[in-house]
Write a protein that binds this ligand. Structure first.
Ligand SMILES: Cc1cc2nc3c(=O)[nH]c(=O)nc-3n(C[C@H](O)[C@H](O)[C@H](O)COP(=O)(O)O)c2cc1C
Length: 360
């Protein structure tokens, strides 16, 4: 029978992460369940510990821990974020009662967060019910907020921005190489437990073969001379243009508010999935804006990224000054049940190491 810390860690492990990189390690020390970046496993292979993409994922993991705590009746659990910032990869901990107080008795726990998943396949045209749209719009976490976009103009503009951002992305070596490294091709890669299984990507016929072939940046750079990045960006943005609705999640720029945006993201995503609505996140706009901020945008793309920034701040203004889009979600009723992406074994991402206790 799993212990409560194991259950909470499995809830965190079920949370989404960029390219399914699962960059965290969870540790139980007898009193605290903590969340850290797994430098040894993912360092240098995905977003850095303090990068907004990692902070969003950390927010998702934290929210899942708190939601499951609530679900199994050990609330109010609260999460303590460290004061010192997140560049070293410490995202804080939840204080739990001792194992003796917690007891066991949870054989198998069902919670909607274990059914949350990404759906990159087409959605039906059917509209999202008004009460659900109202719930999404009202949902907040600290200063992070949401906005439902379902007018023809709003959707068209969002799709244009996804296309522009994707054009930049497909010309950026680092983004390309990270994606290439995270792709998993069945059946050879089935045992890996992380990364992006190409079966989840809703690729057209020959798509997996194409992706494997352009994994080498030199080949991609060569094809880009003939404008291949434009064709790929059109393919990326097409489903956004056809979506019945989109959700933009925005937050102010502080690290803590980006973690709050992650909490909001997974809360909305889990609820929508539990109502039978598919969710497909697009990070591409946010990613280009972050790269621009961090001075990691290739020189020849800086002007385009600045234009993207201006248009994005008009399209996704958020609730106050200085807010920025953190994630765009394409939402709608699914046309098919997507394959589910895998997870690493819990033993690899969770350590149960109680602190030394004095002998009684
Ligand atoms: C910060 C972040 C960025 C993501 N960006 C994208 C994206 O741009 N496109 C996409 O299809 N999925 C994106 N995802 C979804 C992940 O790829 C997905 O959560 C992961 O593969 C695990 O799959 P699951 O959501 O089905 O559990 C993102 C998730 C997070 C947390």
């Amino acid at each position: 029978m799993p212990t409560v810390p194991q259950l909470l860690a499995s809830a965190a492990a079920a949370s989404p992460s960029a390219d399914n990189s699962q960059p965290f390690h969870y540790q139980w020390d007898g009193r605290h369940l903590s969340l850290r970046y797994d430098h040894d496993r993912v360092g240098g292979k995905t977003f850095a510990p303090g990068d907004p993409a990692t902070l969003l994922s950390a927010g998702c993991a934290i929210e899942n821990i708190l939601q499951l705590g609530d679900g199994i009746g050990i609330s109010p659990l609260s999460w303590r974020l460290p004061e010192k910032g997140f560049d070293e990869g410490d995202y804080g901990y939840a204080d739990l009662p001792s194992l003796d107080e917690l007891g066991s008795g949870f054989d198998k726990v069902a919670h909607p967060l274990f059914d949350r998943h990404t759906n990159r396949f087409p959605f039906r045209k059917q509209r999202i019910p008004e009460p659900l749209k109202e719930w999404i719009t009202a949902e907040r976490e600290e200063a992070a907020s949401t906005c439902v976009i379902d007018t023809a103009d709003g959707i068209r503009e969002a799709a244009t921005l996804v296309r522009r951002a994707s054009e930049i992305r497909f010309q950026t070596r680092e983004a390309h190489e990270w994606l290439a490294r995270s792709l998993r091709f069945p059946p050879a890669d089935d045992a890996r437990g992380d990364g992006l299984d190409v079966r989840t990507l809703a690729l057209p016929p020959g798509g997996a073969w194409f992706l494997r072939n352009v994994s080498d940046w030199r080949r991609m750079a060569f094809l880009n001379r003939f404008g291949v990045y434009r064709a790929l960006a059109i393919t990326d943005a097409g489903p956004v243009a056809r979506a019945p609705a989109l959700v933009a999640i925005t937050s102010p720029p502080s690290d803590r508010q980006i973690i709050a945006a992650g909490r909001l993201l997974v809360r909305i995503w889990t609820r929508l999935n539990s109502e039978g609505i598919g969710v497909h996140p697009y990070y591409v706009i946010s990613d280009q804006l972050v790269r621009l901020d961090q001075g990691r945008m290739p020189e020849h793309l800086v002007d385009r990224a600045r234009m993207l920034e201006q248009r994005a701040s008009r399209a996704f203004p958020g609730g106050g000054g200085g807010e920025r889009i953190r994630m765009l979600l394409r939402i709608g009723y699914p046309t098919r049940k997507p394959p589910r992406s895998r997870r690493l074994p819990l033993e690899l991402v969770f350590t149960d190491r109680p602190a030394e206790r004095p002998e009684r």
